[in-house]
Design a binder for this molecule. Sequence first.
Ligand code: PXL
Length: 270
Amino acid sequence: MSFENPPIVLTIAGSEATGGAGAQADLKTFQELGVFGIAGLTCIVSFDPKDDWNHRFVPIDPQVIADQLEASQTSYEGKLRTVKLGMMGTPQTIETVAGALERQEWDNVVLDPVLICKGQEPGAALDTDQALIAKLLPKATFVTPNLFEASTLAGFEVTDIEGLKKAAQVIHEKSGAAVLAKGGVRMDGPDAVDVFYNGGEFEVLATPKVGDHAVSGAGCSLAAAVAALLARGRSPLDAAREAKDFVTRGIHQRVSSQLPFDALWQGGLR
Ligand code: PXL
């Protein structure tokens, strides 16, 4: 019997203690999609039940981030070709992560440009947004902004499909990356619409919305699924299509809790 080793995929992301988002969502997605997941944590997020579930955010010491990445990059040297970048949280973290990325060549750098997560104030961390745009966006081969992030990265407000297409084009031109810009539940209309653009063709991916509340972990799981599928040799467009399907199934089978939002179940394709 022959057994082929699974591709190795690294997520560099925050811990979200309730398991809906962040590195937890990424690792579950990797496992479901047949890649060997490893994680370097950038921060610890703990929602606060005593304060309306607001985010308690603790960045991990830059040296500790560098140590984690040294361990994973060195142990899988030559085999680690795909990385997914999630929540960074501070300019120093971005600096450290950018430095680690530069130490090797990558086939796929999937950037989920998490500028804020649910519950945070938009614009609270302009310096972090700017660092992300300056230091990580140029390294990305694939980027998955939501409506708000697409507006920030493109530099104009996006409210409809035409705007999403324009933003995908602008972000592609700035970064050279394939772009999957996500309209999600926040964009008006009956469908959850995403726009794919990689310099060649536009593809509008639309599926009927599942309710009208954002589900925790959808963005993280989408980008993680793209990373896993790219690592398994899919083209960027096929990875986008399959990742959207994975997320849609997971939203149908979402997990509820005391939190004011549900969490995506990564086992939705089983
Ligand atoms: O959903 C974005 C996100 C990403 N990463 C971490 C988070 C969140 C939102 O809560 O906590 C660690």
